[in-house]
Design a protein around this ligand. Structure first.
Ligand code: PMP
Length: 323
């Protein structure tokens, strides 16, 4: 679907996957005017195809668009269009295999212009791709490096928008963490380099005693849809969720007192991802003996059960794609 200033969004169409033609001066190639979303469609044993809270993705897409001075989309139209698109491709989601259909909507600035200003034309594309089970061999806790050299987002920046540039800026830190033997980085705030923000492409939670802590949304953390769903589930189970500024010192102190029982990341790709090892400036925190903890397991099973339409969806999160 294309956008032209004065005309709005127009000409939505479904076409086979193919290379894209862009002018070499297209603004996205020079000024990073690109935002995206990530979501999944699931098919269960009964053949039912479900989307998980898709309206939330388009709400977030509009927040990202707004931050980048890009035009808004109509959320209801987008969910309807997505349902039509997924219905055409549902054969790509084999039931019972743990596979799903990854959905990547994105918007780019297409106007040819060397000049930093909002573009007058944009393209919105949704790409679909089948993805395998994230944990084909059971859940494997990840090793995480607390980043102390680079920052991902600063106050007033684009951290809480799903903007392509945020990910580009993170590549170097990811590569250096990998060299040190860690799979992901845990970002600290970009002002004091002290408070925990999020992990690569996940929000993060800590089970400390009877409570579950997660960094409060502060304008530089992405508002994860899995994060919000996790908070709903935990509260529903009567587990106190504390959304607050968490300094890495405070977390380490909880660890040394034996109160930090589990840590996990939340995000569309892995849904719930156990953290087995956290390294902060050489202070190592080994969590739950590097095994997936009971709360992490329960959350994963409940969330994926709802996503596949196999567990009660008491919050009405699933949206069925009709035949
Ligand atoms: N933080 C970042 C930076 C992300 O890219 C993602 C993935 N979209 C998340 C958190 C988790 O968000 P969600 O649960 O909506 O996938």
């Amino acid at each position: 679907m294309d956008y032209t200033e004065g005309k709005g969004w127009h000409d939505p169409q479904i076409v086979p996957h193919a290379p894209l033609t862009l002018d070499p001066a297209a603004m996205v190639l020079h000024y990073g005017q690109a935002i995206f979303e990530g979501m999944k469609a699931y098919r269960n044993k009964a053949g039912k195809v479900l989307l998980f809270r898709p309206e939330q993705n388009f709400k977030r897409m509009n927040r990202s668009l707004e931050r980048m001075s890009m035009p808004q989309v109509d959320g209801e139209f987008m969910v309807d269009a997505l349902k039509q698109l997924v219905a055409l491709e549902k054969e790509w989601i084999p039931a019972e295999s743990g596979m799903s259909l990854y959905i990547r909507p994105f918007v780019i600035a297409t106007e040819p212009c060397f000049g930093v200003r909002p573009s007058h034309t944009y393209k919105l594309i949704i790409v679909l791709s089948p993805v395998g089970a994230y944990y084909a061999n059971g859940m494997e806790p990840v090793k995480i490096y607390v980043e102390n050299k680079y920052v991902r987002a600063v106050r007033g920046g684009t951290g809480n928008a799903k903007v392509a540039g945020n990910y580009a800026g993170a590549l170097k830190a990811q590569a250096e963490a990998k060299e040190k033997g860690y799979e992901q980085v845990l970002w600290l705030d970009g002002v004091e380099n002290k408070y925990i923000e999020e992990v690569g492409s996940m929000n993060v939670f800590f089970k400390v005693g009877e409570e579950v802590w997660t960094p409060a949304l502060n304008g530089s953390i992405l508002e994860g849809i899995t994060r919000d769903s996790t908070i709903h589930l935990l509260k529903d189970w009567g587990i106190p969720v504390v959304e607050k500024r968490i300094s890495v010192e405070e977390l380490y102190e909880a660890y040394t007192k034996g109160q930090l029982e589990e840590a996990f990341g939340t995000g569309t790709a892995a849904v719930i991802s156990p953290v087995g090892d956290l390294n902060w400036n050489g202070h190592q925190m080994i969590l739950n003996g590097e095994k997936t903890g009971p709360l992490t397991t329960k959350l994963y099973e409940t969330m994926t059960g709802i996503q596949y339409g196999e567990k009660e969806d008491k919050f009405g999160w699933s949206v069925e794609v009709s035949e």
